[in-house]
Design a protein around this ligand. Structure first.
Ligand SMILES: [Zn+2]
Length: 429
């Protein structure tokens, strides 16, 4: 009988072999993506290459169910790998490095002029095979810093222009707020949160250090004037800016109220347990939070889900622009862009006449769908993407290679009943 030690040895060998297979498969993916790019660009004029690549990105994203952002990164890495880093591609195909290593190599080589990438690759490749991708990234960045054709000052100026704050919904009524900031600002913010949290540590304080830091951030950004630290210059003594107990969550309630659109199962408002409410554009929140938001809101649209399809809103061909109540109903029904896999919120999308107005399309809910500017262009710019609407507002997309994709309104994914709009004045708390 085989002993545990021997079996473990076999398992480890197999894990190493699986990693090599994964690496070889990603090398093959890179080769295929490069070939797809060449084919697509060969059939379009040079002034239409940008549009052709957007169409190809959408086609690959729909077929593989990878987000478009991921496909764009894959295509960019592939271009550098396949066309300028042949030894790295070979090492990937042989399984001596992982795709993550190859990606690090590609992103580090990208700023270097194409004809200077050979020596860079030769110098770094043996290192890549001997360490984890995370450590290799540090080594590659240091090497790039040495060889970079642009000064760090120039690059920092360009990078600062890309600063941003991004909200990502998470499960259990939570969300991530991610900031991409100049390193000095990020470190200063982090240090200040730690100092405030430390100052709030008292014998009576039950919150953890991590919770105190999170509450300090919320209070600093949302705190009212009565707070002790509402955007004042850095206080001399952080004792003064200790987080008070009532603060963070209450401040969040005060700040979010003006834009609330709530979907609440009607039975929940009457006190029955009928499931979670929805904060529009975000997702499920607990009923108690929904009730408190509803109680504070000076004006808001409350949507009750009811086993009722609601009236058909339509203005036919009497006008091109849909009336506000129809626009709101469609916004709530679609929630996001209606192109396959696109999660861009409907608020930042355009309302498209699926069958063009100019070709007899009507202004009614079955012919109006939200598309983000990128996918709106893709539909109208003769890229080969076609779309048809069904009476239930389902869209049937046909890609340039003839693949079919169906998208449904997001509200339909949430409940079998579509929301019915109830005037705010009629609300119950
Ligand atoms: Zn879109």
């Amino acid at each position: 009988m085989i002993d545990n030690g021997m079996r473990l040895d076999v398992i480890l060998d197999e894990l190493v072999a699986e990693e090599a297979i994964r690496a070889a498969s990603s090398a093959r993916t890179a080769v295929l993506l490069a070939e797809a790019t060449t084919l697509r660009l060969a059939e379009s004029r040079s002034d239409e290459h940008g549009l052709a690549m957007r169409s190809l990105t959408a086609e690959i994203s729909c077929a593989t169910r990878l987000p478009e952002g991921t496909v764009i990164r894959l295509l960019n890495d592939t271009e550098v790998l396949v066309n300028t880093l042949p030894a790295t591609l070979d090492a990937l195909a042989a399984g001596t490095i992982s795709y993550r290593h190859a990606q690090m190599m590609a992103s580090a080589a990208c700023p270097i002029p194409r004809d200077a990438r050979g020596p860079f690759e030769q110098a770094l490749l043996p290192t890549a095979a001997s360490m984890t991708a995370a450590r290799f990234e540090r080594v590659a960045r240091r090497e790039l810093e040495r060889l970079h054709p642009e000064s760090i000052e120039t690059r920092t100026a360009a990078a600062v222009a890309e600063r941003s704050v991004v909200l990502t919904p998470d499960a259990d009524g939570m969300a991530w707020l991610t900031c991409h900031l100049p390193a000095v600002a990020a470190v200063a913010i982090d240090t200040r949160l730690t100092r405030i949290a430390r100052a709030a540590h008292t014998a009576e304080e039950s919150r953890t250090h991590t919770q105190l830091r999170a509450d300090a951030l919320t209070t600093l950004l949302l705190g009212s004037d009565t707070g002790s630290h509402s955007g004042d210059p850095e206080p001399a003594d952080d004792q003064n800016s200790a987080v008070d107990d009532t603060c963070a969550i209450e401040d969040a309630f005060l700040a979010v109220v003006p834009t609330v659109i709530l979907t609440v199962p009607v039975l929940s408002l009457l006190g029955h347990d009928a499931g979670a409410a929805e904060l529009h554009g975000f997702g499920p929140i607990d009923i108690d939070t929904a009730r408190r938001l509803a109680a504070r809101a000076p004006s808001f649209v409350r949507i009750l889900t009811h086993p009722d399809t609601g009236e058909t809103l339509s203005v036919g061909r009497t006008r091109y622009r849909p009336p506000p109540d129809l626009r709101l109903a469609l916004l709530l029904d679609d929630e996001t862009c209606r192109f396959p896999n696109c999660n861009r919120r409907a608020e930042s999308c355009e309302l498209d006449h699926t069958r063009d107005w100019a070709h007899g399309g009507t202004t009614e809910s079955v012919n109006l769908h939200h598309l983000c500017p990128k996918h709106h262009h893709l539909k109208h710019d003769s890229t080969g993407w076609k779309v048809k609407a069904r009476p239930d507002r389902t869209l049937e997309w046909r890609s340039p290679t003839g693949r079919h994709y169906i998208t449904k309104p997001r509200a339909g994914e949430r409940t079998s009943a579509r929301p019915t709009i109830v005037p705010a004045a009629d609300r119950q708390g």
